[in-house]
Ligand binder design. Structure first.
Ligand SMILES: Cc1cc2nc3c(=O)[nH]c(=O)nc-3n(C[C@H](O)[C@H](O)[C@H](O)COP(=O)(O)O)c2cc1C
Length: 327
């Protein structure tokens, strides 16, 4: 029953998605090459890292174009913005609309400076203040507008149901619920029960997020919470192949084995090639950091990381990958 529903109709507003798997917004991780790889391995929807709406509006042309690194091959794409002022957020839309299919609003970032600016997860303490922003953005674009929230400020103040109702009433097309509180940041176990509660009451698609590390986790979250989609965050870092395993299990009930160390090495080489092809601005430290993430789960991961971290340019990196992964 669940499987049939899943394979048939996954929609955000009128937008149809191929499967219920998406790549979470990840600042410092989701470069074009990584989003493309996740897309190629099966993610039905990928998110941009959060973009600061004030930054978009205030930047000069050059600065702005460095924030707007997107390609059409990665679509469907959700671009996420963060902000406080509904007018500035609305003004920023003109810059991102040409590149994306969905506009996502960040109400979940727990970083100190973001909270200090009364943005992101600040709204987990003051959910009613989201209404102004959502109404303004929904009224300013023809694209579906979605939101990403946490389940509350801390464990004593879980308010995910209230927040979801506020967002739905204000007109969002879907809500991604990260099953952690703001105080938890990224620690502890994600609370899937809270995601389930939101799904039970909501009349719009709910995207469950938190602790999807394996294909089994993705299937369990869909089954346990009844959510419409699952969003994969840290589990995808250095492991875009996770999407293939998730899609296979969820859509076809076929469990695929994890990649061997050699296969991981080949996927990493594929990533390095893609990175140099598609990134408009190549940052070697970014490429090397991704390479270190790809070592997770490989045999002798710490030695591999140590060797890769010594690389100073792309050529050296490729040589070390070939040697260390025996590919
Ligand atoms: C390095 C990093 C960067 C992140 N950047 C963003 C971001 O830009 N926007 C956002 O809404 N969440 C961001 N998150 C939160 C993730 O999207 C996700 O909600 C969180 O990691 C929980 O999912 P997971 O348990 O699968 O990792 C970030 C998390 C990490 C670890």
């Amino acid at each position: 029953m669940c499987l049939m529903l899943r394979s048939r109709d996954i929609r955000i507003a009128k937008f149809r998605l191929a499967n219920p798997l998406c790549l979470a917004p990840l600042l410092g991780v989701n470069c074009i090459a990584f989003r493309l790889m996740c897309h190629n391995y099966g993610a039905a929807l990928v998110y941009s890292p959060m973009l600061h709406s004030t930054g978009l509006v205030k930047a000069d042309d050059e600065g702005r174009s460095s924030m707007l690194e997107f390609v059409k091959e990665e679509r469907p794409l959700a671009i996420q913005i963060i902000g406080r002022d509904p007018n500035i957020m609305a003004e920023s839309l003109q810059y991102i609309e040409p590149y994306c299919d969905i506009i996502d609003l960040n109400f979940g970032c727990p970083d100190k400076d973001i909270l200090g600016q009364k943005m992101g997860a600040y709204f987990s303490k003051h959910p009613e203040q989201m209404t102004k922003i959502v109404s303004k953005i929904v009224g300013s674009t023809n694209k579906p507008v979605t939101a990403k929230i946490r389940i509350g400020w801390d464990s004593q103040h879980l308010n995910q149901n209230k927040a979801a109702k506020i967002l739905e009433d204000a007109g969002v097309a879907a809500i991604a619920v990260h099953g952690r509180t703001t105080k938890q940041r990224y620690s502890g176990k994600a609370n899937w029960e809270s995601i389930k509660q939101v799904k039970e009451k909501a009349n719009i698609p709910i995207i469950g997020n938190g602790d999807i590390w394996s294909a089994d986790d993705a299937k369990r979250m869909l089954d346990m919470t009844g959510c419409d989609m699952v969003m994969v965050g840290r589990g995808a870092m250095g492991n875009p192949y996770l999407f293939r395993r998730c899609v296979s299990l969820v859509m076809e009930e076929k469990a695929l084995p994890d990649q061997t160390t050699e296969q991981k090495g080949r996927t990493l080489l594929e990533f390095i090639k893609l990175y140099s092809k598609v990134q408009p601005v190549k940052r070697f430290t970014e490429l090397r950091q991704h390479s270190l993430w790809f070592c997770t789960g490989a045999k002798g991961a710490s030695t591999k990381r140590l060797m890769l971290s010594k690389a100073e340019n792309e050529e050296e990196l490729v040589r070390i990958v070939r040697k260390e992964f025996k590919v």
